[in-house]
Ligand binder design. Structure first.
Ligand code: ADP
Ligand code: ZN
Ligand code: ZN
Length: 810
């Protein structure tokens, strides 16, 4: 009679509810129920356990069950439990991340007019008048609608006025966030004899359009089909819904509605013959699948990895199992989706955060309802889909840092989580990359993973030639034009002259990241965060990239009044600007977060670049992902040094991966491309390794450093971030927690210290790192952390400090 329910809230435990008498069928784990929580709030939660013993506290009753069958299966529930315990977050937070919003219900406060109350219109304030006027046409309003009507964010005053006058009541209503789409199917009301058909068409003589519609229906239906979709019928006849309704009303046709779900049917073509290397890789994937060992597929861009994935996926599908093909969010371009559909059919499902809520819900349900095998192409959250027999997970671009979710919880790494999940479900897992992460490389070295190698591009074209330009020398020789050296500019002009395209990479967006007073050294800073404001020229604003704060640029220094303000550093906008002055005839565009904020802007830029409307694309990391253009003659990295100097133990690894990735955009299909990198440090190890494509030396050297400095993958890291609006409070909390931790864990504790940016969004930050040797039990340590947090931060004001754990924070 009692069940435990997971609520979509950051609560430490799940809650127990009572099932009222006479509730009907027994409830099952994984079904959604609506339950009350807190004061006047309802949520849809997921049943975790049934038949639990009643707790000490007084339980509330379940209001409603939403599902006949569970929407979350047993394996998913235990998968959620693993995520919650490994990544130190609540089950509710996992649920939040896992379920598409459309499957979550939440109560919303609505305002209803009290129909019995007498309105004295002339007594009302203007805003109250507007609201009451709206009730003339509408039964109820959501708070958001009220706010829209009065065109203000703060609605409290008007709500209070109306409540005081007794004109309205507030109610909570449970609503579904997204309404499903329905599709209609048309069929004959009943079978007719020839005689009866004659009568029917006779009766339609006055309605020729309906008659045509009926003829169209009969043609489509033919001898085999029972029903025809309305969409197909309308397309076939060119008629309108009205004509169908006419026939429905006359009792000639009937219709039925069904929730729209995407098609999951797949096509099984002949496999492309593979090269010897590729066949070897495919065999290894099979071996990995049967021995439950992950396989690393290491091959440069264009070496034919995708071809191998597709055949491995086909194999799994032919066994009636499901396959998941994962990519970083941004790499999921229309180009790639089309390519995969080309291989496997239109039934390839897609799942990522740029889809609408409805589309995500539909994919979810399509998987639940599919009869045969399904393939999903998705970003990290696709791991949460309700697969039935997962046979294979492909994690393409496995080194990509965006597989890690940083905020909010669960702070999971999708690659590592995929490996866990594959093992749990007995599925295979392939990690693919041109520049594998050091963790995966390390696991191959320790024989935890199998590894296959594709050495060459399939086309046989050599990898792009990478050359370094020494900026120290260029400055001495006075060849610099702003940020561009003469050889760099010459190469750009030459490439354009050959009717080829150029991609320029710069890792900062905006125009200029620092504005400094030449007289006193004052730097424009965000009011909410301890970071400098970036100047954005296009909108003529200073912006904070951490909290979104903006202000007008100053003409004089707020500290000393001097007007000698100087812009330092450069972002994509400035590169675009400078270059346009130097090469006025070129069409230059930018691809960064600012330029692609609008829906579809990213895809449109790609299309225009592909069609040759853009000569030079200046971009951030974005230009490195999932783009496959055929006539890019030159890729330029405007400055490599900032990548190499990043304050992070993975900076060198990442710089290498990123630059090799960017380089790979050059000259893909028939022609060797060219890459130019400007740097003040051409002798830097990473750059030297890069020009030789010597990933192996890079990986080995970096691993040695990791070992020496006790970093992952040799050690585990847990990051603890403390947050509070008052500096003293966060300091005190960090001091106490730090001391307690050090008592328990000794020199595994590093810190507390200020992070690189000690204040973000008006919250003061302090951090502690826990460094664990591989042998230590992370479970035990996590239990200690939770316990010590409780013990040291129990009392106000320290209890107000937010403590955020990040396991494997990289
Ligand atoms: P990657 O995924 O490693 O970047 P792709 O799978 O995209 O490489 O292969 C690069 C190009 O070579 C693609 O155009 C692909 O169709 C082609 N290709 C790869 N393997 C084969 C093969 N065995 N037969 C024919 N074409 C192939
Ligand atoms: Zn100044
Ligand atoms: Zn800020």
């Amino acid at each position: 009679m009692f069940i435990n329910v997971i609520l979509p809230l950051p609560l430490k435990d799940d809650f127990t509810y009572q099932i009222p008498e006479g509730f009907g069928d027994p409830l099952l784990p994984g079904q959604r129920v609506i339950v009350p929580f807190g004061k006047n709030k309802w949520y849809s939660g997921i049943i975790r356990k049934t038949g639990v013993t009643p707790p000490k506290y007084r339980t509330k009753e379940v209001l409603e069950v939403l599902d006949v069958d569970p929407v979350i299966s047993d394996w998913q529930l235990s998968f959620w439990e693993w995520i919650s315990s490994y990544y130190m977050c609540s089950l509710g937070e996992v649920m939040q991340a896992a379920l598409p919003a459309a499957l979550k219900w939440q109560s919303e406060t609505v305002v209803r007019a009290d129909r019995d109350a007498k309105i004295e219109w002339d007594q009302l304030s203007d805003r109250a008048f507007l609201v009451m006027e709206a009730f003339e046409h509408q039964q109820q309003l959501t708070l958001k609608e009220v706010s829209d009507i009065i065109d203000r964010k703060t609605i409290r005053p008007v709500i209070h006025e109306l409540l005081d006058r007794g004109l309205i009541v507030l109610e909570a209503e449970i609503r579904e966030k997204v309404r499903p789409r329905w599709v209609r199917f048309i069929s004959l009301h009943q079978n007719l004899s020839d005689e009866e058909w004659n009568q029917v068409f006779e009766s339609l003589r006055r309605a020729p359009s309906q008659s045509r519609m009926l003829m169209g229906f009969l043609q489509l239906q033919g001898p085999e089909r029972k029903e025809v979709s309305e969409k197909e019928l309308l397309a076939h006849t060119g008629g309108t819904r009205q004509h169908i309704v006419g026939l429905l009303d006359k009792g000639i046709l009937k219709e039925r509605e069904e929730q729209f779900l995407p098609d999951t049917a797949l096509r099984f073509d002949e496999d492309t013959p593979l090269t010897a290397e590729q066949s070897e890789a495919l065999k290894l994937i099979e071996e990995g699948r049967s021995t439950e060992t992950p396989v690393l597929l290491w091959g440069v861009t264009g070496s034919g990895k995708t071809e191998v994935y597709v055949q491995a996926i086909r194999k799994v599908l032919s066994e009636g199992k499901n396959a998941l093909y994962m990519l970083p969010e941004i790499a999921l371009t229309a180009q790639l989706i089309l390519r995969l559909k080309g291989y496997l059919g239109d039934g390839v499902l897609v799942y990522h955060s740029r889809l609408s809520e409805r589309e995500r819900m539909e994919t979810w349900k399509a998987i639940l309802n599919a009869d045969g095998p399904v393939v999903v192409l998705g970003a990290r959250s696709a791991l949460m889909l309700p697969f039935r027999h997962l046979g294979l997970i492909v994690v393409d671009e496995e080194h990509e840092t965006s597989y890690k979710q940083h905020d909010p919880a669960p702070r999971y790494h999708a690659r590592d989580t995929a490996i866990y999940l594959a093992r749990k479900l007995g599925a295979g897992v392939v990690l693919g990359s041109a520049t594998p992460s050091l963790e995966s490389f390390f696991n191959v070295q320790n024989e935890k993973y199998l590894s296959a190698r594709l050495e060459k591009r399939f086309s046989g074209v050599a990898m792009p030639k990478i050359e370094l330009i020494d900026l120290v020398r260029q400055h001495k020789q006075r060849t610099m034009h702003g940020h561009f050296s003469q050889p760099f500019l010459d190469a750009i002009r030459e490439t354009l002259g050959q009717k080829e395209k150029v991609i320029l990479f710069q890792n900062r967006r905006g125009y200029s990241p620092v504005i400094e007073c030449k007289t006193c050294g004052h730097v424009s800073q965000c009011v909410n965060c301890d970071v400098s404001l970036t100047y954005h020229k296009a909108v003529h604003l200073l912006k904070c990239h951490y909290c979104g704060y903006t202000q007008k640029p100053l003409s004089t220094c707020p500290a000393c009044g001097s007007n000698a303000l100087q812009m330092m550093g450069m972002g994509t906008e400035k590169i675009e600007d400078e270059l346009q002055l130097l090469i006025p005839e070129a069409s230059i565009e930018r691809m960064d977060l600012d330029a692609t904020r609008k829906k579809n802007a990213f895809q449109e830029l790609i299309n225009r670049f592909e069609e040759g409307q853009i000569d030079i694309l200046v971009g951030t990391q974005m230009v490195t992902k999932g783009l496959d253009f055929h006539d890019v003659g030159l890729v330029g990295i405007v400055n490599a040094d900032s990548l190499l100097k990043f304050p992070d133990f993975r900076a060198h690894e990442r710089a290498y991966q990123l630059m090799e990735q960017v380089a790979g955009r050059s000259g893909r299909r028939e022609k060797q491309g060219k890459v130019l990198i400007q740097t003040y440090e051409p002798e830097h190890r990473i750059l030297q390794q890069l020009i030789d494509y010597d990933y192996m030396s890079m990986a080995k050297e970096q691993l040695q450093e990791r070992k020496h400095y006790q970093y992952p993958p040799y050690f585990r890291l847990i990051h603890i971030l403390l947050k509070h609006g008052k500096k003293e409070v966060v300091n005190e909390a960090a001091r106490r927690l730090g001391m307690a931790l050090r008592d328990a864990l000794g020199n595994r504790v590093m810190g507390p210290e200020y992070p690189a940016i000690p204040r973000v969004k008006n919250q003061y930050l302090k951090q502690i790192y826990i460094r664990l040797e591989r042998k230590a039990s992370p479970t035990k340590v996590k239990a200690i952390l939770a316990e010590l947090e409780k013990a040291t931060l129990a009392d106000a004001p320290l209890s107000g400090v937010r403590v955020i754990y990040d396991v494997d924070p990289y």
